[in-house]
Design a protein around this ligand. Sequence first.
Ligand code: GLN
Ligand code: ZN
Length: 763
Amino acid sequence: MKTTILGYPRIGSQRELKKACEAFWSGKTDKDELLKIASELKKQNWKQQQHLGIDLIPSNDFSFYDQVLDASLTFGCIPKRYQDFDKNNFLELYFAMARGHQKDNKDVTAMEMTKWFDTNYHYIVPEFEKNQHFEFFSKKVVEEYKEALALGIKTKPVLMGPVTFLLLGKEKETGFHKLDLLDKLLPVYYEIITELTNLDVEYIQFDEPCLALNLSQKEREAITTTYKTFHTKFPKLKIYLANYFDCYGENLDMALQLPVDTLHLDLVRCPSQLDDILQSKHYNPKTKLALGLIDGRNIWKNDFEASLKIIKKVTNTINPENLWISASCSLLHTPYDLDLEINLPNEIKQWLAFAKQKLEEITTLKALSSSDNESYLSLFEENKLANLTRKNSKLIHNQLVKERISNLKDADSRRENNFSIRQATQKAALNLPLYPTTTIGSFPQTKEVRSWRLNHKKGILSQEEYNALIAKEIEDSIRFQEDIGLDVLVHGEFERNDMVEYFGEKLNGFAFSAYGWVQSYGSRCVKPPILFGDVSREKPMTVAWSTYAQSLTNIPVKGMLTGPVTILQWSFVRNDQPRATTCNQIALAIRDEVVDLEKNGLKIIQIDEPAIREGLPLRKEDWNHYLNWAVKAFRISASGVKDETQIHTHMCYSEFNDIISNIADMDADVITIETSRSEMELLDAFVNFQYPNEIGPGVYDIHSPRIPTLEEIEALLMKASNVLPNQHIWVNPDCGLKTRDWPETKEALKNLVKAASNLRKKE
Ligand code: GLN
Ligand code: ZN
């Protein structure tokens, strides 16, 4: 039996890569400095895995921004709008594709970004044209292999599999199907594999997580063709085929017949597939199985007893030499190291394992399944005890919360009247112009704002001093919004570190790490709260700042909350009860907050649910169950208020086509969505469905520092007003502005307000 993993976090345990990239982007450091820090991080990761006993260590799992963007560049899949970039200045081209570029007489937008399967990680969407040209352009996969080899480590290079790469991309013109490009793409893989095998590479890991989706016959055939061809052309190459995040499902029979060395199984998301495989007539006992037993998506300690049972069952049929012990998916989605957490309560800490501890779990499981060595047995006992304490802990169970959940009634998830009645009441109460303008909530979290929070935490700033600074920032932002003429204002969220963490810190049932960062997109990281127990709200969480903001102006200010599904989705969630139950607990806490905001005079309340879509199970057969409880939880949170209180929700980076009826079912009075990067394409779903409530399609991309021109915004607005009832349209950016700086924010919002006013004049 051997151990391996699919990938390791790369941002650095102290977010070194984030800092290095941002310093490079702002021109503070040069390329050499960035490359140096990157090499150091790669080296640390490889050495760490080696030290902890991982037998087969991956390479090319590192990335400066995103592994799918890396794949696009590896295959020379570079959209035409970047052709003026000097191909020898690789990093400039790379970051232009990732983030857009607006200097030295160049002005190009970034590539689209979307969520990686059902995670909160975002990847850069490959773009294809009909005559797409591919070539082996970026040699990163080869260079990283050599880099590790120079350190004495013979790695398993990781490549995005060709079918997944194509399926994740987007046709930028009509008249072809992306899968038709496979014939052109495969020769590039041959070239890459040839170079790698010339360097004596033994294993290559091909990531094909599309195997967790409901594939068509044509897509399945593409997989078969690909791996048969690889095997025919490179019979000595050991192909490690990685599927993760769900079952192989109906793709299993096909997968079992592929001429690959190893099939990787995510046994956390899909434990049942093991029996299916062991019983399948298609399973060839020569094919190695990688048992993804350690949860790569969550931070709970593994249950060694349960895992050993599984291993034992497998070794009854399969020679241990044909088994790998592994994590369910890449450890990219877990934080680095629990040892850094000195402030977590010990009772909770003993239930957890971060990436480094997961490496230890993998090697311990291997040891335990083959030896009775005393020291391993004590690790086993320790693990057993930790899991038992967790089950019975008083920290976790709250009887009052459990009762409230069991007393939930249908009426708790319904507003008083239907939307058309509410709309009339709200129009009268709010008296907003046509095409009302607003923002999504946050304003720039400048260095100063962040330093106040840090200094407050360190005790350098007292509570009063900190509050005074935040109050001043809120006042400035209200004045700015008034000055430029926005119709619905926000307080700016300056007091919030993060839209989920902020609420988690105020609710019971959550714990917080100090360094539990996980990459979200590019250099952006999030620190998901650890949702370990029953959730309840002790006292109001946002009322003070929201009412303060409203007291400064006669223009309506939106109360700003994070919705239950998003809080759930962006936390590390307990795995000892159904997610639906945990979600309802959060929904009740948010509902209480919504009601309190209304009581305190807030006429508009936004409940952000950007994560609804990403929570969708990967397999369609599981969708209804999820959507039912998720929509219901949102409705529970939103339905405690009177008709005239306007409930907004906001979503970004979502495809809506296949869930639009459920989105409508959420019954928010207004929904604001991200649409600008896709040129309003994402709006189609709402138009085709004749979405009944009001809607604010984002008119500019906030993930790029580039200032949208008045004409661009007007053009997007015209597009929207051509297809939506004018009475239903709101004008807003794609998302919150916390990652932006004030100068660009001000210019952009002035253009936005002007565009709305120009459009009104046309009426
Ligand atoms: N209200 C939040 C903000 O503006 C919404 C963020 C999000 O959708 N991701 O920051
Ligand atoms: Zn958003």
